[in-house]
Design a protein. Structure first.
Length: 70
């Protein structure tokens, strides 16, 4: 490996999430701030919300003449 081209590696970097969770990891920065982590991400928590924004599903069904099978 070439010398003097690699960033400084910090073995103890503090990662802070917007939900308040903090943990230690390795990084080239001493402190990291993230918006979402595994404690609050819907995929990992199982609380995923499916939101129909602006009635897109209804618009699609109306366009193609699809009726609900209820």
């Amino acid at each position: 490996m070439k010398e003097k081209i690699h960033p400084q590696y910090y073995g103890e970097a503090v990662l802070k999430c917007a939900c308040g969770e903090t943990f230690v990891t390795g990084s080239t920065k001493k402190e990291l701030h993230v918006e979402i982590c595994s404690k609050c991400h819907p995929f990992f928590t199982g609380k995923q919300k499916l939101v129909d924004t602006g009635g897109r599903v209804e618009k699609f069904k109306k366009k193609f003449g699809i009726e609900d099978a209820e």
